[in-house]
Design a protein around this ligand. Sequence first.
Ligand code: PMP
Length: 446
Amino acid sequence: ANLTQLLTEQRKHVTPALSRLHDHIIVKGQGSKVWDETGAEFIDFNAGIGVTNLGHSHPAVTAAVIHQAQQVSHVQCSIGFSLPYLQLVEALRPMMPHESLDTFFFWNSGSEAIEMALKLVKRATNRNNVIAMVGSYHGRTHGASGITRSKPIYTQHTGPTMNGVYATPFPYWHSLGVDPSTPEDELVRLAIYQLELLIKTQTAPTDVAALFIEPVIGEGGYVPAPAAWLNYLREFCDKHGILLVLDEVQSGFGRTGKLFAAEHVPGFKPDVLVFAKGLANGYPLSGVASRKELMEKQEVGSIGGTYAGNAVACAAAVAVAEVFKTQPILENVNARSKELFDALYAIRDSPKTGHLVADIRGQGLMVAVEFRTEADPLTTKGLAAGTAIPKDIGKRIQKKCHDNGLLLLTTSCFDTIRFIPPLVITKDEMAQALKIFNAAVEEVAR
Ligand code: PMP
């Protein structure tokens, strides 16, 4: 088949409402690399937006998928169990960031799992309202986009979304309108003030079913939640009988250097944990974990879904869990993370490129660099007068990196490049990628 011709002719018939970074066909993926229809090779720092955490076509995952497809590919979850469904429950229980998360429901996507969590918290508390974080992204379905606060586009022109959603600032300098150099404890103090103000002025806490939070804000700019903020939220929720839902769709399965980002705060206990992406390394599967007592507050038969917990996807996830158990994936994340941060700090500290950088943040291999932009004076505060800041720094770097064999993503908000390579990326691949990135930054700075 002539792939270029296929691409040219058929892409016109794919909805134009789908944005696409590159008009290429990825025909092969192996570990941290992918190849397009022309044979061009790329180091993949997108990993399908933080999905193929164990690398493309991981042999153990592929073998599990082939095996399960040969046994039985679909067992509808309200009719019976597939073997991998129960094996996955068994594998996940000891992996949960808190032992109280002992009861599971599987779905296909992160958004659907968020929908499930929304219904779960409302049914469990008999309350209607929800508090979300400014900057958060929870998905594009109606309920999930209704609690998303990263960009208005997801709900634009779709009429009223779910009622009773309130948003409070994340302890992040952008949401609070303060300098990027503001110390973390001050950010937390300001965010606490805003949350307390919210329940004094906008909704009674006794009407709030749950608070939804990403432990590392994802699409909204890659901002880790300070431990003091999460600890405060736990106390706040306990005080008011509010459930705490942790969205680890992007941060879960090793991404931040722990199996779940919640573990960065010792003893931290979410009431509901939502996960997807890395769970099955590319096969559509998501999950909600909670306490049995909360799960029991839903009518039997009120939840379910045709493909929910698909047998092949569950088999992939069981293989993923086994890899985490037997291989030093997290050690690699932490070693590569240090190399990545060191390289970004060097860019910030260099007289050639430092003036471009507003902020560097993240955890493990969920890292971002934010560039200064004239459009946001917060990011240029303190710059020597007359320093020129190029426009669209992130997009230009992204393009140059692509042309030199490195796939990178921006985030939805602000001028930010994010780094989410497969967690198995090697030292050499990281060095090669950083060389390409550095050269692109220097070129833009010139
Ligand atoms: N929550 C978070 C934190 C996410 O990053 C995403 C996807 N980027 C979602 C939910 C939605 O997941 P999905 O795209 O699988 O519906």
